[in-house]
Write a protein that binds this ligand. Structure first.
Ligand code: DX5
Ligand code: ZN
Length: 213
């Protein structure tokens, strides 16, 4: 089965966003990863629904929208209306995870949850039946270009092993490059999110194919 690479636009050139999206689409990308940061949950700010809506008009890929924002329930509707297909909230930032996952589904999108490197996979047990997408962070979120934290391989293995009883896909985000991609997929996960190792490559489509293996 082909491995799924999900390009993270955080490291793309936003002055040439349309071109960069077309490059990864032509190489075979079927989903894009959009990093929304609020300067509170993480020490960085990126973009909100306005830019998601613009990206929606540039691409037919699935848009996996990774909300690194406090109290994400305030903005779920806006991101779905902007065109997000998957809305991913952080377990550490949600004030009521059951409610937020149900809201995303009622709005017509796929519910996802992300966990930081220092959150145990087991804390998600009560929610596993409600998820379509489980995002294991392999770096502390906030910035592209960090190194994968080895201890997060355990969360990857557990999330992949528990998947057989549920319907979710497991994605991993942070520090994935041509050196680390093999060990990440070896844990049994489905989707590798790749930012800097893809968009900083001299030949982006070739790097996409190299990562796909
Ligand atoms: C990190 C973001 C990631 C980021 C990954 O806070 O959630 O999606 O783009 O970037 P790389 O692949 O450069 O580690
Ligand atoms: Zn992300």
């Amino acid at each position: 089965m082909a491995r799924i690479i999900s390009p993270s636009l955080l490291s793309a050139d936003f002055a040439r966003l349309g071109e960069q999206i077309h490059l990864v689409e032509e190489a075979g990308a079927e989903r894009l990863h959009l990093d929304v940061m609020d300067g509170r949950f993480v020490p960085n700010i990126t973009f909100g629904p306005l830019i998601v809506e613009a990206i929606r008009r540039l691409s037919n890929c699935r848009l996996d929208t990774h909300l690194m924002i406090e109290e994400p329930h305030r903005f779920l509707k806006q991101f779905v209306e902007a065109g997000a297909d998957t809305v991913i909230v952080h377990a550490e930032a949600s004030t009521d995870l059951h409610r937020d996952l149900a809201t995303i589904r009622e709005l017509g999108a796929s519910p996802g949850v992300a966990i930081n490197p220092d959150t145990d996979f087991d804390t998600l047990q009560p929610y596993l039946g409600e998820l379509d997408y489980l995002l294991i962070m392999s770096v502390f979120p906030g910035f592209g270009g960090q190194s994968l934290i080895e201890s997060t391989l355990e969360n990857m293995r557990q999330a992949a092993a528990a998947r057989k009883d549920h319907g979710y896909q497991v994605a991993v985000d942070g520090g994935i490059n041509t050196q680390t991609v093999e060990q990440v997929f070896a844990t049994g996960i489905d989707i590798a999110v790749v930012g800097s190792a893809l968009f900083k490559a001299p030949d982006i489509p070739q790097r996409f194919r190299d990562l796909q293996g």
